[in-house]
Design a protein around this ligand. Sequence first.
Ligand code: C2E
Ligand code: CA
Ligand code: CA
Ligand code: CA
Length: 279
Amino acid sequence: AKGLGSGSIRLFNPEMQQTVSRRLHLETALRRAIEEQALELYMQPQVTHDGKVTGGELLLRWHDEEFGTVAPNEFIPVAESSGLIVPLGNWVIERACEVLQQWSQDPNLSQLRLAINISPRQFRQASFVDYIEASIARYQVPEGKLELELTENMLIDNLTMTIQRMSRLGGAGVRFSLDDFGTGYASLAYLKSLPIYQLKIDQSFVRDVLTDVNDAVIVETIVSLGESLGLEVIAEGVETAAQAESLVELGCTKFQGYYFGRPQPIDYWREQLSSSSGH
Ligand code: C2E
Ligand code: CA
Ligand code: CA
Ligand code: CA
């Protein structure tokens, strides 16, 4: 604060310096982890009101020797800003297709869909559509089984490009889900002009659905919007039976959240699901 007289200007305070330095170190560690395929994909089930699993969302997990467990909310932004999201995202796409191919051989698993998260920078890559098409072809992924979760703001970034990419991918059998729905800036007009399959009610509306009437009204509105436009609607972040009951009363038919199942290694859910039916 008294640096003005000392002839040097401090642009960063020590705290900022630490943050910047952690980010740089994280980036180096993340680059290495991607090269060594040291990240893991977990799956969280998505279920209907009667408990039937329709598929799951794949979520990245990273445990680093130096940094310990790093949350996606910390390393995904690092991957985005450094460009590492492209090789990382490609790895996720390929893994998802590989799992879908394996599951298509098992009658207990062959109906399940897998959803992956797509970052804005990934979606803007010129090679994005080619990469997905090639992976689908390579692993012979059945139609309608690979789902991409996009966010509202990604859609409006460049509408012409978005429409082109979404229709090409739709033609390859990909489905689209709008993540964190209700928190972004897309106008409702986009919902009918884009090939969207599902809306994911953001967990911020689910959290207080029992106590905050505004949240309940928002949930109800999204559900009826989905019905009118012929879109599936899923509520995410459902943690308790009471939330689930309240969501059912508001018209929800699909759910995801700790109450129905936590993110676990894909093989955990493969074992659970391949032995749970038919008995
Ligand atoms: P998201 O796509 O909104 O994913 C849902 C997040 O909510 C996940 O956090 C999940 O573990 C968590 N969650 C699930 N059920 C519950 C619940 O009942 N209560 C609460 N409080 N949370 C619940 P996670 O795994 O830490 O991921 C955070 C974010 O990181 C994701 O948010 C997504 O935006 C991003 N992310 C994760 N994996 C990937 C990936 O492979 N690619 C990209 N681009 N982003 C990813
Ligand atoms: Ca998601
Ligand atoms: Ca979400
Ligand atoms: Ca609220």
